[in-house]
Design a protein around this ligand. Structure first.
Ligand code: GLY
Length: 356
C-alpha cells in the first residue's frame, strides 16, 4: 500500500481522496478547514451547456463527459456515505429580458446547434408555463433539461463521510512544500485558488477569481421555489438562481481582486436587483447569507490535472466548473495513480512547465 497526501479538502480534493482510498492508497488529506472555501460557497450547477462559451469547446466536452458520470457518482456516494449526495435531477431554463439579451441567447443556441447540441428556444409565455414564478420582464429563452444541479453542502458532507469510511485520514492543518511530516509517497495538490504557491510548476497558472453569492430562504406564503435552475441575462448581466431544499442560491459576480473573500454591498445589490427582475417573488424571501468564494482560474479555464514531477500530482484550475468536473477529475486522478496518462487537454505539460 502506498501513501498519498491530498492537499486541499474541497470538492476536488475530497473526491480524489475518496477514489484513491477505494483503489487501495493510504490517503491523508490536509486542509486547515476542509469542506470550506469555494466548494462551500458554490452554486452547485452541473451545467456544461449553459456555461458554454464559443472558443471553449474542449471544456464543453469535458463538462458533458463529467455530467454523464454524475448520476452514478451521486448514487454510489450516497450509498457509501450513508447520506444524500444532494443531486437535484431537474434541468435548467435560461431567461432573457431585453432584445440584446435575447440576441445573445440566440447566438448561444446557434453555437450549440452547430456543435450538435441543439437546445429548445421558448417564448416568455412558454418559459412561465415551466416556471410560473418568472416575471413579466422575461421575454424568451431556452430550456436545457440536461443541465442539473447539486446541493454543494450536502455533497461535501457526503464526500467527507465516504472518504473517511474508505480510510482517508483528514488532518485539519496546512501543508507546505517540503513538509517533512509526509511519509515518502505521493502528493496531490488540490488546493484550488491557493495552488499556485505550492509548486513552481503552477506559479502564475492558477489565479483567484472572486464570486459573490447569496442564499435566500423561502418564507411561509411567499411564491414557491422554482423547480429548475433559472439562469438569466438581465441587460447583459448574467445571474443564476439554483433551487435548494427550502430556498435558493443566487449567483454570482465575477471579478479579480486577489484573495479578497468579503462580499461587497455593490455585489449583493446587483445580484438581488437582477434576481428580482427574473423571479419577483424572491422579494418575500429571507436573505440568509452573503458570501464570496475564489474560483481557481486557469489560463484557458480548463482544469490542470496531471503530473508535476516524480512524486507530485495536481488537480486544480477548475475555474467555474469544479463541482461539475469532480467525478471526471477523480477518475482521471485514479487513472494517473495507476500509471495511466491524462488527456493532453488537461495535462499541465500543455503550459510547458513540468519537470520543474
Ligand atoms: N459555476 C458558477 C460560477 O462559477 O459562478
Amino acid at each position: 500500500m502506498e501513501d498519498l497526501v491530498v492537499v486541499g479538502g474541497g470538492v476536488i480534493g475530497l473526491s480524489c481522496a475518496w477514489r484513491a482510498a477505494q483503489a487501495g492508497w493510504r490517503v491523508t488529506l490536509r486542509d486547515p478547514a476542509p469542506a470550506s472555501g469555494s466548494s462551500w460557497v458554490a452554486g452547485g450547477m452541473l451545467a456544461p451547456v449553459t456555461e458554454a462559451w464559443p472558443g471553449e469547446e474542449g471544456l464543453l466536452e469535458l463538462g458533458l463527459e463529467s455530467l454523464e458520470l454524475w448520476p452514478a457518482f451521486a448514487e454510489e456516494l450516497s450509498a457509501a456515505a450513508g447520506q444524500p449526495a444532494g443531486l437535484h435531477p431537474e434541468g435548467t431554463v435560461v431567461a432573457a429580458t431585453g432584445s440584446g439579451d435575447r440576441a445573445e441567447l440566440d447566438a448561444l443556441a446557434g453555437h450549440l446547434g452547430r456543435l450538435g447540441r441543439p437546445v429548445e428556444r421558448l417564448s416568455g409565455r412558454e418559459l412561465r408555463r415551466l416556471e410560473p414564478g418568472l416575471g413579466p420582464d422575461v421575454r424568451g429563452g431556452l430550456s436545457v433539461p440536461g443541465d442539473l444541479s447539486v446541493d454543494n453542502r450536502a455533497l461535501l458532507a457526503a464526500l467527507r463521510a465516504a472518504a473517511e469510511k474508505a480510510g482517508v485520514v483528514v488532518e485539519e492543518r496546512a501543508w507546505e512544500p517540503g513538509d517533512t511530516t509526509d511519509a515518502a509517497g505521493f502528493v496531490l495538490i488540490c488546493a484550488g485558488a491557493r495552488s499556485a504557491a505550492l509548486h513552481p510548476g503552477l506559479a502564475g497558472l492558477v489565479r483567484p477569481v472572486k464570486g459573490e453569492i447569496l442564499r435566500l430562504t423561502h418564507r411561509h406564503g411567499a411564491f414557491p421555489v422554482p423547480t429548475r435552475t433559472v439562469r438569466a441575462l438581465v441587460d447583459g448581466r448574467p445571474v443564476y438562481l439554483v433551487p435548494r431544499p427550502g430556498g435558493l442560491v443566487v449567483g454570482a459576480t465575477q471579478s479579480e481582486h486577489g484573495f479578497d473573500t468579503e462580499p461587497t454591498v455593490g455585489g449583493v445589490r446587483d445580484l438581488l436587483r437582477d434576481a428580482e427582475r427574473i423571479l419577483p417573488g424572491i422579494a418575500e424571501y429571507t436573505l440568509a447569507e452573503a458570501a464570496a468564494g475564489l474560483r481557481p482560474g486557469s489560463p484557458d479555464n480548463v482544469p490542470i490535472v496531471g503530473r508535476l514531477d516524480g512524486r507530485t500530482l495536481v488537480a486544480t484550475g477548475h475555474s467555474r466548473n469544479g463541482i461539475l468536473l469532480a467525478p471526471l477529475t477523480a477518475r482521471l486522478v485514479a487513472g494517473l495513480l495507476a500509471g495511466a496518462p491524462v488527456p493532453p487537454a488537461v495535462d499541465p505539460a500543455r503550459f510547458g512547465r513540468t519537470g520543474t
